[in-house]
Structures are given as structure tokens and as C-alpha cells.
Ligand binder design. Structure first.
Ligand code: GLN
Length: 538
């Protein structure tokens, strides 16, 4: 049976529970154990798919087509374990499952209540589909003390009783602030947070203290005493310069050793930190840099393009160069400013997006990179915009557009059923929007002698999708005659997956999101190649 590790947070959010869980997963794996990671989110949305990136950051898409919390991205990147639909659940999903059952009369006339019905459903989620793992790490979103997270904490308390305390471990991550004015480190918030946790029946076994500076022994002793935790289990995590240092710093603090000790397990191997040391060194010591512009709608929120930022950094690691991200708000980008704003960039990236706002700036920037031969990568919406730009300016279809934001133009981009019959438009779109998203991993077949095939070195690739609109395949020949090649197609040849420009050093658009599959220890070839092209650009 798997052993369960529950990670809760206290004092403030954004302390890095996801990164801590992911680092612990890596360390346990490198000790020879099989690990799975899960996230329990206390909000009422059924999944984060409908949430704005401004609110919640990126929506991470899994191979099996789930729209999940961005922490699952950290999990995959650090542990290498492909996340599944069943690894992320929200309060909204729990309630909707319970209410569906209630409507069917499956509770046999009982009063349906938070305890036991909601908590039972949470426990089912924690446990199902996990037989072969040695450890399941479950991160509880939000912080202790939030009204929303109460049923989750109650459920993990019950769960630990159900499976026996020796099979469940509670880790609590808190903030240990440093007060500049009095030059002091404060343990009181941690004490209060643990008190709060204990008031709902959970005694942490390990406390991870996030701090700006190292925590002296006397303060650790205080935390140990007041929070009733073994001093060896008071683990500090001091701010790291790069996230790749996190596994190294947790290993130094013996987090993995303490976890194994708790479960009375032996280490099967010594942990391997070499790959993390190597990439930390590259990240911190590389002096040379390359500027890459990301032109999108959500650039102001750091987490909105989390996987993308990471994948670009990985591309930099592969090329021994630091990637400087120049974030440009597409809504504010004026045509007159394009030249000056893009003057010092060696690569232009247009990420995924939805809706009309900001499309004008994106299209102009694509034109600029096409004409000035600046390496360009268009992802999903970015590829669709590149198609529109080329159609308008090279194929001279002035009204070329996407039915996503213009119902009257020439729909080079649209819903499949808008042109299904012999390339002819057959019906309107509005009622078809719901449930028509193409989500998760799909195959694409790459064209021989194309740049993309050189990059992937494979004929068949599998990449993750999250879009509703497609490039209309009926225009393929017209584009190709003018030099824009459809170098990747869906296996049935109906859906353009990749475009690339002839006579350009590096101009590629992809209908999928390669960033979800890039990992620091194995950078995605598309990002490595893009950064290489940018590096060679000047
Ligand atoms: N809005 C576009 C579509 O739905 C692109 C989506 C995206 O970039 N993820 O097809």
C-alpha cells in the first residue's frame, strides 16, 4: 500500500508548497521510490479551465486532457511523472459529484452532509488509482484557517486515522519572517498556524519554515517545543536564487531522510543531486544572455505563462545561455512602437490566447519578425495569428480572420464544422462553443525534410492541445505556394498542427503547447532549437 504525505500551508499563501512537494518527490524518487503527486484545491470552480490567468495563473493541461492547477506543472517538471486528470480536484468538483449522486437517490434518503459525504468523496479521491506507488504526496491548496480548506483538512485527518498514523505524514509549510527594524526572526506566526492546524485535529510531523535567512538553532528549538515537533523535523527553506536549487537545499536539510525515517523505510540508493547542481550552475553563472519577447495579453501576471517561461529557461540551459524575457502587453503594443520595442530582441514568441483584444499588436509583431527574419515561435493562438498575418499580407486575402473574433471576414481560422463539407462554410458557431475544446495529447505527423522534423528527429510526435479553433486545411496549397509550409498535420490530414516559413532562419507555429512537456533536466527540443536560433541571430 502507498504511504501518504499531506502538505498544508500556513501564515500566507505563495510560500512554495508546490515546489516543496515537487522537490520532495524528486528526492524520494532518487532514493529509489515511486511517487505520485496530487493537488486538492479548495475553490468552487469545477476545474481551473474557466478561470482567467489574471486570477489564477496558467491553466496546466495534462496528457489525458484535464485543465488543472499550475502546481501540476511543477510536479511534472521536477518528478518527471506525467500528471493525470485524476491528480487535481477542487471543492467544486467534489460537491458536483456528491450532488449528482444525491439527485440519483444514491444516498438512500439520508441527509447529505459535509461530514461524512463531502469528506468521504475527498478521501476517495486521495486514494483511488494509486496501488503501485510507494508515496502519494497530496498538496492542499490555500492555507490553514481558510474556511474553504476546512473539509479537506478534516478529510486528511480522518484519512490518516483510517490507514493508520504510521502510513500518513503531515508536513506543514509556514513563513518564518525576518523583521528588519528589530533585526529578528519571528517564530510566532508558525506557532499560531500550527495551533490552528491542531485545533482541527492535525498535528504536523514535519514543519518546513520558509525564511529569507537561515534560521538559528535557538529558533528551531522554539518551533520544535511550541509546535510539538522533533527538532530534526524542523526544516528550513531559505529563499533560493533559482528554483532548481530547491531539491539541493531540501536534501541539505535532510527532508527526504526525515520522511523515510518517519515511515521506517531505508533508502534504496543515495540521492542524486548532480543534474540539479549542473543546471543551477548554468543558470547562475552564465553571463551571456539572449532577449526573447513574449507578446501576450496576460504578461503583467508572472504566473500566467508559467510553463512557457520555464520552457524558455530550459531552452537557455540547453544552449548555455541566460534567457531574458521581455514581456510586452499585446493590447498596448502600437504599430508605431514595434520597431523600437523589438529592436533588441533576438526571438519573438506569441503564446496561446483567447479573444480579440490584443490581436492587432500580435499580427504586426509577426509581420515584423517575418520580414526582418527574427526567429519566431507562435504557440496555438500565436500560430493562428501567423496564419492570418500571412494570408492578409502574402496571399492578399485582406479580410482573412478567425471566426473566434470576427464573424464576417474570410475564415482561415474557424471551427471545423464551419467548413467541413468540401471546404464550404456550413453553419454558424455560437452554439458550438461549449465542450468543443480539443484538450490533451494528440498525434501529429511531421513532413519529411522539414525543419520541424530535424528538430524533433521523429516522424510521429505527441503534444498537448488546448484550443477550439483550427487552421482551415482548405487553404494549404495557397499558403505553401507562397512559402508557408504545413509541416505537421493530424494523422487524418485534416488539421494543420505545425507551420514553418521557407526562406527564414527560424519561423515556426504550432497548434499545440510544447511548453507543458519541457523539463529542466530534459529541455524540449523546440525550445532548445528556438533559443539556439535566437542565440545565432546576433
Ligand atoms: N483561442 C484559440 C482557440 O481556441 C487558441 C487557444 C490557445 O491559444 N490555447 O483555438
Amino acid at each position: 500500500m502507498a504511504r501518504y504525505i499531506f502538505v498544508t500551508g500556513g501564515v500566507v499563501s505563495s510560500l512554495g508548497k508546490g515546489l516543496s512537494s515537487a522537490s520532495l518527490a524528486y528526492l524520494l524518487q532518487s532514493r529509489g521510490y515511486k511517487v505520485r503527486l496530487r493537488k486538492l484545491d479548495p475553490y468552487l470552480n469545477v476545474d481551473p479551465g474557466t478561470m482567467s490567468p489574471f486570477q489564477h495563473g496558467e491553466v496546466f493541461v495534462t496528457d489525458d486532457g484535464a485543465e488543472t492547477d499550475l502546481d501540476l506543472g511543477h510536479y511534472e517538471r521536477f518528478s518527471g511523472v506525467t500528471a493525470k486528470k485524476t491528480d487535481n480536484i477542487t471543492t467544486g468538483k467534489i460537491y458536483s459529484d456528491v450532488l449528482k449522486k444525491e439527485r440519483k437517490g444514491e444516498y438512500l434518503g439520508k441527509t447529505v452532509q459535509v461530514i461524512p459525504h463531502i469528506t468521504d468523496r475527498i478521501k476517495e479521491f486521495i486514494k483511488h488509482d494509486t496501488s503501485k506507488e510507494d508515496f502519494v504526496i497530496c498538496e492542499i491548496g490555500g492555507i490553514v484557517g481558510d474556511i474553504e480548506s476546512l473539509p479537506f483538512i478534516e478529510a486528511i485527518r480522518q484519512f490518516s486515522n483510517d490507514i493508520g498514523k504510521k502510513n500518513a505524514l503531515f508536513i506543514h509549510l509556514t513563513l518564518v519572517p525576518y523583521l528588519k527594524a528589530s533585526d529578528e526572526i519571528k517564530t510566532k506566526p508558525t506557532q499560531h498556524s500550527v495551533k490552528e492546524l491542531r485545533s482541527i485535529g492535525v498535528q504536523p510531523d514535519i514543519i518546513i519554515c520558509r525564511s529569507e535567512r537561515p534560521i538559528p538553532l535557538e529558533h528551531r528549538k522554539k518551533i520544535s517545543l511550541f509546535c510539538n515537533v522533533d527538532i530534526k523535523n524542523v526544516i528550513e527553506t531559505v529563499d533560493v536564487k533559482t528554483i532548481y536549487e530547491a531539491p539541493i537545499s531540501f536534501a541539505k536539510e535532510k527532508l527526504d531522510v526525515q520522511v523515510l525515517n518517519y515511515f521506517k523505510l531505508k533508502s534504496k540508493k543515495s540521492n542524486n543531486l548532480t543534474p540539479w547542481k549542473k543546471i543551477t550552475k548554468i543558470t547562475l553563472n552564465t553571463k551571456k544572455h539572449v532577449n526573447i519577447a513574449i507578446i501576450g495579453k496576460y504578461v503583467e501576471l508572472k504566473d500566467a505563462y508559467k510553463s512557457l517561461d520555464e520552457a524558455l529557461t530550459h531552452g537557455g540551459i540547453a544552449n548555455n545561455i541566460k534567457v531574458n524575457l521581455v514581456r510586452i502587453d499585446s493590447e498596448k503594443l502600437k504599430v508605431s512602437e514595434i520597431k523600437s520595442k523589438l529592436k533588441n530582441v533576438s526571438g519573438i514568441l506569441i503564446p496561446g490566447g483567447f479573444g480579440k483584444r490584443g490581436t492587432g499588436g500580435k499580427i504586426e509583431a509577426i509581420k515584423y519578425s517575418r520580414i526582418n527574419k527574427i526567429p519566431f515561435l507562435g504557440i496555438c493562438y500565436g500560430m493562428q495569428m501567423a496564419i492570418i498575418e500571412f494570408a492578409r499580407n502574402q496571399l492578399k486575402i485582406k479580410k482573412a480572420t478567425s471566426s473566434e473574433f470576427d464573424k464576417t471576414g474570410v475564415h482561415i481560422i474557424g471551427l471545423m464544422n464551419e467548413w467541413e463539407r468540401g471546404g464550404k462554410k456550413i453553419k454558424g458557431t455560437d452554439k458550438d462553443l461549449g465542450g468543443t475544446m480539443r484538450l490533451g495529447s494528440y498525434d501529429a505527423i511531421l513532413k519529411d525534410k522539414s525543419k520541424i522534423k530535424d528538430i524533433y528527429k521523429n516522424r510521429l510526435i505527441k503534444e498537448r492541445h488546448r484550443h477550439r479553433y483550427e487552421v482551415n486545411i482548405a487553404y494549404k496549397d495557397k499558403f505553401e505556394k507562397k512559402g508557408l509550409i504545413f509541416s505537421g498535420l493530424s494523422p487524418n490530414n485534416k488539421l494543420p498542427e505545425i507551420i514553418e516559413l521557407k526562406n527564414h532562419p527560424w519561423f515556426i507555429g504550432v497548434q499545440f503547447h510544447p511548453e507543458f512537456k519541457s523539463r529542466p533536466l530534459s529541455p524540449h527540443p523546440l525550445f532548445s532549437s528556438f533559443i539556439k536560433a535566437a542565440k545565432n541571430h546576433r
